[in-house]
Design a protein around this ligand. Structure first.
Ligand SMILES: [Zn+2]
Length: 247
C-alpha cells in the first residue's frame, strides 16, 4: 500500500472556504487542477495507492470525490468530528453522501488537539472513542480507521487508538511500508503540499523510494531540531526552504 496525505483541494483564491484557516494550513491546500493531475497518475496502476485526506474540509465532496471517481478511485477521508457542519467543513448529509459513494471515512480525533500526544491518556482515548462513536452513529457502519491530528504520533496515541477499537492508524510519518504493532496497523504517508511537484507524485505512485527517503530525512531533521530548540530550528527552516526549492 502506498498512502498519500492530502488536505483540501481548493483554489488559492477560495482557500478559506475549506478546512482550517491560516497560512500554515493553506500550504497544504491544492488547486483542483493540480490534484486532478496527481489522480491521473494512479490510472491503470495495479499498485494499492491510497489517496487520504485529513481535516474533513468542505472540498472533500466537490471537487475531491468527483475527481477521484473520474479516474476510478475512491478516497479515505479522516474527520475531526467536533468540526462537522462548522463553516468550511463537511456537514452530516455530505459525510453520508461521501460514504454512500464508496469513499472510506475514518476519525481524525474529535477536537483535533495539537499536539495530541501530550494529553493525559484518558483524554487521548476519549478523543478516539467519541469521534468514532459520532461517525458510526452518523454512517450506520463500523469505523475502525483513524489518522493522527497534526502528525503527533507516539506510543501513547497508538495505545489509546487500540483501546478505542481502531485497527488501522494513519500517521504523517514518511514511512513507505505499514507496520503491525500489537494488533494495530500503523500506516505512514507521503505528505503533499503546494510545493510538491507532479513529477514527485508520479514517482511515488510508480513505487519509487527516493521521494520517501528525502521526506524522511527532512522529518528526522525536524524532530531533531525540535528537541534541540529554537536556535537550531531557525537554521533548519533555511534548510527546509532549500529542500522545497529543489523539490
Ligand atoms: Zn489535521
Amino acid at each position: 500500500m502506498i498512502a498519500l496525505l492530502y488536505h483540501d483541494v481548493v483554489s488559492a483564491a477560495r482557500a478559506a472556504t475549506s478546512g482550517f484557516g491560516g497560512a500554515d494550513a493553506d500550504h497544504y491546500k491544492l488547486d483542483p487542477l493540480v490534484f486532478a493531475a496527481h489522480a491521473r497518475h494512479a490510472v491503470g496502476r495495479d499498485r494499492d495507492v491510497r489517496f487520504t485526506f485529513d481535516d474533513g474540509g468542505a472540498s472533500a465532496l466537490e471537487p475531491t470525490a468527483d475527481i477521484l471517481e473520474s479516474v476510478g478511485h475512491r478516497g479515505h477521508f479522516f474527520i475531526p468530528t467536533d468540526y462537522i457542519a462548522r463553516p468550511g467543513f463537511l456537514d452530516r448529509a455530505q459525510l453520508r453522501s461521501l460514504a454512500d459513494r464508496g469513499h472510506e471515512i475514518g476519525t481524525h480525533s474529535a477536537s483535533h488537539p495539537v499536539p495530541i500526544h501530550t494529553l493525559p491518556d484518558a483524554e487521548i482515548e476519549r478523543e478516539w472513542v467519541t469521534s468514532r462513536q459520532v461517525l458510526e452513529d452518523l454512517l450506520g457502519r463500523p469505523v475502525t480507521s483513524g489518522s493522527v491530528p497534526g502528525g503527533f504520533n507516539a506510543p501513547v496515541v497508538e495505545a489509546a487508538a487500540r483501546r478505542a477499537g481502531l485497527t488501522v492508524l494513519f500517521t504523517s510519518e514518511p514511512a513507505p511500508r505499514p507496520v503491525e504493532r500489537g494488533g494495530l496497523t500503523v500506516v505512514g504517508r507521503f505528505s503533499v503540499t503546494r510545493a510538491t511537484s507532479e513529477a514527485t507524485i508520479a514517482e511515488v505512485i510508480r513505487g519509487g523510494s527516493a521521494p520517501w527517503r528525502k521526506q524522511a530525512a527532512l522529518w528526522e531533521a525536524k524532530a531533531l531540531a525540535k528537541r534541540l530548540g529554537g536556535r537550531h530550528w531557525l537554521a533548519l527552516r533555511r534548510l527546509v526552504f532549500r529542500w522545497r526549492a529543489a523539490e
